[in-house]
Design a protein around this ligand. Structure first.
Ligand SMILES: NC(=O)C1=CN([C@@H]2O[C@H](COP(=O)(O)OP(=O)(O)OC[C@H]3O[C@@H](n4cnc5c(N)ncnc54)[C@H](O)[C@@H]3O)[C@@H](O)[C@H]2O)C=CC1
Ligand SMILES: CC(C)=CCC[C@@H](C)[C@H]1CC[C@H]2C3=C(CC[C@]12C)[C@@]1(C)CCC(=O)C[C@@H]1CC3
Length: 345
């Protein structure tokens, strides 16, 4: 009789492991003695100790080989929030996540850790020290958020102690750090086009920005604490730097660190939000004729002009989480890592 190989608890798979967060997670897992399978639609690097499987997560047959003899799966793949493609988000974040869950169960995976987002409760209005029991956004501000909500629900509802399939969701916010393809590049691009002169609103709104290594640490703690007798099964956890900062102070610090001027002039929030909404509608109506991507989307303006910071008390209590890199050090390491984005480079 063929005996089934018991999956090693130091063997894991990272879906989305070619991405910004995924790659940092893979590197830390290797440091901690795990062997890692990466599953991603693209391969962006090579690393010893890592086996790459290239494919679309909506394809179960493609996923299964990456999960062979694996006890733990991290799912941190998603289309980029900047894409406004409803069908793509629904296909990958909702249907694709259903497929990931089915594949995990079929492959005998015991633990699934999802990278969700703190934005699942954000509707474009102030959130101050938000806890995990806030309701999901009833009117999500974009398709990305809408489908991240459904994705999180699917993963948490799939948690089944009887069947030995345990799940947990990590909700990071504003991830930044070396190799981030979003935050610093968008900021620098906006500055280079001369559009970073204005502060939206009075500039006092507090926001969480989270250094990538803290997010990675939260994921690994969750994975290692996920057992059938632990309180974390089927629950979401905020992971932040636990140091809310003024959105515009953070932006200015990164800009000045890279040699650009900090924004100075104030614009009323309602005016900019209204304009962004108009532009978004215009882009939608004109889509069959011309395609343009406005820099100022309603979501971006809301993120830049409201308070949105979250309590990570639950993660501290249940996971023993504490940020490992301070905001100050995180910003310094990030700025240093982008010599090619410096003014004049
Ligand atoms: N970057 C941020 O500030 C935040 C990110 N998150 C979440 O963290 C996760 C990771 O985000 P990032 O690393 O920033 O994004 P990223 O875009 O760098 O990485 C996502 C990865 O998913 C892969 N992917 C996309 N569609 C796929 C498909 N159909 N099949 C297989 N792979 C596919 C991409 O190729 C990419 O490598 C995402 O789930 C995102 O929603 C949550 C909160 C904040
Ligand atoms: C805290 C959090 C969730 C951050 C997410 C990252 C991005 C959404 C931001 C990174 C750079 C930001 C940015 C703007 C909006 C939000 C970001 C894209 C603006 C477009 C807001 C309006 C401006 O005046 C220019 C800004 C450029 C940078």
């Amino acid at each position: 009789m063929a005996t089934r190989v018991r999956p090693s608890n130091k063997r894991c798979a990272v879906i989305g492991g070619s991405g910004f967060l995924g790659r940092h997670l893979v590197e830390k897992l290797l440091d901690r003695g795990y062997s890692v399978s990466v599953f991603d639609i693209r391969q962006s690097y090579e690393l010893s100790g890592v086996t790459f499987h290239q494919g679309d997560l909506c394809d179960k047959q493609a996923l299964l080989p990456a999960m062979k003899d694996v006890s733990l799966v991290f799912h941190c793949a998603s289309p980029a929030p900047a894409s406004d493609d409803r069908r793509l988000f629904e296909r990958v974040n909702i249907q694709g996540t259903r497929t990931v869950i089915q594949a995990c169960i079929e492959a005998g995976v015991q633990k699934l850790v999802l990278t969700s987002s703190a934005s699942v409760v954000f509707e474009g209005t102030d959130i101050k020290n938000g806890r995990e029991d806030l309701p999901y956004a009833k009117k999500p501000i974009d398709y990305y958020t809408e489908t991240k909500i459904e994705q999180e629900k699917l993963v948490l509802e799939a948690c089944d102690k009887e069947k030995g399939f345990l799940t947990v969701a990590i909700r990071p916010h504003g991830i930044f750090g070396p190799r981030d393809p979003q935050l610093v590049p968008i900021l620098v691009d906006t500055a280079r086009r001369g559009k970073m002169k204005f502060i939206i609103g009075d500039g006092t709104n507090l926001v969480d920005f989270t250094f990538v290594e803290n997010v990675v640490y939260g994921h690994i703690l969750a994975a290692e604490r996920l057992r059938s007798d632990s309180p974390i099964c089927g629950k979401p956890y905020h992971i932040t730097n636990d140091e809310p900062v003024r959105f515009w102070d953070f932006m200015s610090e990164v800009l000045v660190g890279l040699g650009y001027a900090a924004p100075r002039y104030h614009l009323p929030y309602a005016l900019v939000y209204g304009l962004a909404l108009l532009l978004w509608l215009l882009a939608l109506i004109l889509r069959p004729l011309v395609s343009f991507k406005p820099t100022f989307t309603p979501m971006r303006v809301a993120l830049a002009g409201t308070h949105h910071y979250y309590s990570c008390d639950r993660a501290k209590q249940d996971l023993g989480y504490k940020p490992v890199v301070s905001l100050k050090d995180g910003i310094a390491r990030t700025v240093q890592s982008y010599p090619h984005l410096r003014q004049g480079a």
